[in-house]
Design a protein around this ligand. Structure first.
Ligand code: PGA
Length: 248
């Protein structure tokens, strides 16, 4: 079992060019040599190319935050997976809860997008997670299990995708599940994803939702947690690198 930790930053709809390039430059120069984790930042699509240029030759990779499910065509305003790849990205987030909510993306849509990412040789980071009401009703594991079964494409293998568990109520709120709850959910996810993929020993499962330098170590220490998807704390080089250092 050799799952390398992945610390992924999701910049969401933040940063104009000067700030994004400055953050990328700070990450490139601040990352510890021989860092024990894979590092990734997902800037808005407008900045993928310039951030990739600033990070070139560093230990930090670049990804997108979303892609269209089709290869090309009449989809005004949308961006194909191959276009993101073309800018220097290696990953793309799909099915983030903000897209599931703001753009009514279903599991079926997320699955098509993940499939398009794989076809473009990008690693999709497929996001799942329950709402607060679903957790309170004792349905968190069944909701996440059903999202996994609905969102993982047939073409995926345990080596070609990443899954991120992000409880909707933990995103941007400063609240996190207990480490026991995270551990239980990740173990459940490894079992469900394993039955879909035919194996999950190599599958990387990230936790996301209010990850900070102060809580990263206890979360990353959990057996089935293979990294973090970080929103707010990825907008400051010091915080993001602090989380990466917790992976040691
Ligand atoms: P947060 O966001 O770290 O700001 O909670 C995480 C995410 O939405 O990916």
């Amino acid at each position: 079992m050799t799952r390398r930790v992945l610390i992924a930053g999701n910049w969401k709809m933040n940063m104009l060019r000067a700030d994004g390039e400055a953050l990328a430059t700070a990450l490139a120069s601040g990352v510890a040599p021989g860092v024990a984790a894979d590092l990734l930042v997902c800037p808005p699509a407008t900045l993928i190319a310039s951030v990739a240029a600033k990070l070139s030759g560093s230990a930090v990779s670049v990804g997108g935050q979303d892609c269209h499910m089709n290869e090309s065509g009449a989809h005004t305003g949308d961006i194909a997976a191959a276009m993101i790849k073309d800018l220097g990205a290696g990953y793309v987030i799909v099915g983030h809860s903000e897209r599931r909510a703001d753009h009514a993306e279903s599991d079926e849509t997320v699955k098509s997008k993940a499939s398009a990412a794989l076809a473009a040789a990008l690693i999709p980071i497929i996001c799942v997670g329950e709402t607060e009401g679903e957790r309170d009703a004792g349905k968190a594991e069944s909701v996440v299990g059903s999202q996994l079964r609905g969102s993982i494409p047939e073409t995926a293998t345990e080596d070609t995708i990443v899954i991120a568990y992000e409880p909707v109520w933990a995103i941007g709120t400063g609240r996190t599940p207990t480490v026991d709850d995270i551990a239980a959910m990740h173990s459940h996810m490894r079992q469900v994803a394993g039955s879909v993929l035919g194996g999950s020993d190599n599958l990387r499962l990230l936790y996301g939702g209010s990850v900070k330098p102060g809580n990263a170590m206890e979360i990353l220490a959990l057996r089935d947690v293979d990294g973090a998807l970080v929103g707010g704390a990825s907008l400051k080089a010091e915080d993001f690198l602090g989380i990466a250092a917790a992976a040691e």
